[in-house]
Design a protein around this ligand. Sequence first.
Ligand code: FAD
Length: 444
Amino acid sequence: KKIVIVGGVAGGATAAARISRLDKQAHVVVFERGDHVSYANCGLPYYIGGVIKERDALFVQTKEKLTARYGFDIRALTEVTAINRDQKTVSAKNLATGETYEERYDVLVLSPGAKPVVPPIPGINEAANAFTLRNVPDTDKIHDFIEKKKPQNAVIIGGGFIGVEMAESLRERHLNVTLIEKQEQVMAPLDPELAALVHDQLRLNDVNLVLGKGVSAFEQEGTVLTLEDGTKLQSDLTILAIGVRPENELAKAAGLDIGETGGIVVNQFLQTKDEAIYAIGDAIEVMDRVSGRSVHIPLAWPANRQGRIVADNIFGKKTPYKGTMGTGIAKVFDVAAAATGNNEKTLKKYGIKYAAVHIHPSSNAGYYPGGMPLAMKLTFDPENGTIFGAQAVGAKGADKRIDVIATAIAGGLTVHDLQDLELAYAPPFSSAKDPVNMLGYAAA
Ligand code: FAD
């Protein structure tokens, strides 16, 4: 079988590796527009901030290692420009030489990811100091700009995961940082009362947080930003982090279905309407595992899981992808903010009947030094106890509690079952009644 993969990073590289494990004879061609495959996108902000010191640490695998280990045929710096479904070929362009050619496939896997949204704000195209962050070249540009131009004032537009991580990273580099978010809160997966704790943490670390206002103009080549209320901000370096949208152009041009979220539509086996073409990762629309609705959730776990499933399905396994809960976490200076499933805002928007409880336990036994406060919220169905989602913010232990609840949701446990979970305990780690048990008691 000849399998062609478009995109050689999270989803694409995972699929390729799994395919070659399933069938050593499979001919796998991976097209990647960039120069790097299988790198750690998620580590990019930390390299800019200097926490990850070596650039090389970002490269999980190199083309050479992958080729030697798995025998893939990796075509880096090569863009797929069209899918010719009737002929079962893709058109490819070598970006280094300009050469174009066609490559035949039996099965095609699309994992082209999502690209940062660049809003049409007046003057934005003249701003040589404004950057988006998606890949290694973007990272190099920001890194070099900081080294060479020594900017003092940075403005980050957008308070999602990447915006917040970049705020921390640029503070690490001792820049004055302003974070602008058009909504009244950062980090949409959190409800406002938990996001407020993230706001405190940002302010505590001298991030100038501007909420509820957008940027209306870039002036003087981007060095002056005007906000919607007329406020002017000096910016030596601007990071645009207002979100991403699926790279759906190839699929659209090939007549594949695109959903309302902009993601490529796939069935539960991750197949598009053309059964020879699969699509995975940030480019697709997925089912919200809690509400059953179609959503776009660009995260690394789903891309990875889908990469593996797609390989299995190409070899006849028929493994369904069960949907995405959006389990996520970000470090915000001294706290972690984590969430899974549907928060109260989402449930309200969908008109789903819900109940919510809040608790404020200590991460571990109060009498043992180092216990830290946790703020937790659980949303659930008041009638049958189905767990809809959870959020946690705190300096210690937020990650494991959210992971336990994500597991409970995946396993179909109810709030009553949370009381019954026997979780690891010794004073440095938890209490005999873990915060997850407490949520169960509070909800029941
Ligand atoms: P990608 O990994 O983006 O790979 C797509 C690749 O396809 C790209 O390299 C692109 O060049 C290539 N491509 C596109 N079109 C073509 C074409 N026509 N021809 C050839 N090649 C093409 N997620 C988390 O869960 N946790 C995190 O902490 C986290 N941090 C992140 C930090 C940053 C800065 C960024 C940018 C993302 C982060 N993510 C994080 C998101 C995560 O990286 C993505 O969800 C994941 O990489 C998606 O995998 P993918 O395979 O769909 O797309």
